[in-house]
Design a protein around this ligand. Structure first.
Ligand code: ADP
Ligand code: MG
Length: 307
């Protein structure tokens, strides 16, 4: 069976951790241990988030920016794909007792040059800054800042729709060769075609939407999103909260349009699952990383089935 498994932030950092190498290593090893069973006899692509790590790199570059000009988000994304990809590949090979090789691939994702998000950046990156700092950074680097609902100003960047994963055909070959592939880290590096040349976009593509597109492109039999809750709930955090166990894609679409799923968290996961199921007629699952084997086999989490 061929599948794409998207790992959430908790595969890399636990709540309250700052990101010491030992913490990241421990979490990734634990995640790899949970995935080893389901990976063993299947063609598997692992994708992962990079929010805190790309935030850290952008911040680190900013703190030395008077001496070394900061690199773009595309480069920071590539750095996190290398960083986390290297750790994941090492941990996965170990968890598989060196019976399979794992490889991380730098992944670019094509977006439209006229994507509406490019002129309306909304995705916050990096830390909160003061008004004075925001003005200074806007002047020096042309960055856009916005009030964050939690108070203070944060840099915002576009979050365009993924329309193609450029490395998908290469990943397909790697899977056929028996490799475990780590791809599309952080949702991939957004690029667009301008006058026949690929140019980077200073933005962030949602990792679940890119993972869904990759799963579709690869003809995956299953698409799985692992996160830090047991599945998708209606009335989440409110009276009457109920986890969805098995839900048809049309029913889930209806709930999505009714606004049950907030855009910054579970919303894109639900949309990613809907897109996969609608386009392939196969099932997708959203569930807890802690129960990865059960979520992958369909005995835990929320399973989205075709109508
Ligand atoms: P990840 O980092 O794993 O990719 P996020 O942290 O962005 O994912 O999103 C997962 C979070 O979404 C959960 O921790 C949960 O608090 C939140 N969430 C919001 N609404 C819902 C919902 N309706 N059902 C499940 N989780 C929800
Ligand atoms: Mg998270």
């Amino acid at each position: 069976m061929r599948m794409v498994v998207a790992l959430g932030g908790n595969a890399i950092l636990s709540k309250g951790e700052k990101g010491a190498p030992s913490e990241i290593y421990r979490n990734i090893r634990t995640s790899a241990g949970l995935l080893a069973g389901p990976i063993a006899d299947n063609e598997v692509v692992i994708t992962h988030g990079n929010g805190p790590q790309v935030g850290y790199l952008l911040e680190a570059m900013m703190s030395v920016s008077s001496t070394y000009p900061p690199q773009g988000i595309d480069v920071a994304d590539a750095m996190t794909q290398g960083w986390l990809g290297y750790l994941l590949q090492t941990a996965l090979e170990e968890a598989l007792e060196y019976r399979r090789r794992a490889v991380a691939i730098i992944t670019r994702v094509l977006v439209r040059g006229d994507d509406p998000s490019l002129s309306n950046p909304t995705k916050p990156v990096g830390r909160f800054v003061s008004k004075g700092e925001a003005e200074e950074l806007s002047r020096r680097f042309g960055w856009t800042f916005r009030e964050d609902p939690r108070g203070g100003l944060r840099r915002v960047v576009p979050s365009p729709e993924p329309i193609d994963v450029l490395e998908a055909p290469i990943i397909d070959g790697m899977l056929r060769d028996g490799l475990v592939v780590i791809a599309a880290g952080g949702g991939g590096i957004p690029v667009t075609m301008v006058n026949g040349r690929l140019v980077p976009i200073e933005g962030v593509v949602d990792k679940d939407l890119t993972s869904s597109l990759l799963a579709i492109k690869l003809g995956a039999d299953k698409f799985v999103i692992l996160t830090d809750v047991e599945g998708v709930a209606i009335n989440f955090g409110k009276p009457g909260q109920a986890w969805l166990r098995e839900v048809s894609v049309n029913q889930l679409k209806k709930l999505y349009l009714e606004g049950h799923f907030p855009p910054g968290s579970i919303g894109p996961k639900v949309l990613a699952a809907i897109r996969f199921v609608e386009s392939t007629g196969r099932a997708a699952a959203i569930g807890s990383l802690d129960r990865a084997p059960d979520v992958i086999s369909g005995s835990a989490g929320t399973v989205v089935v075709p109508d």
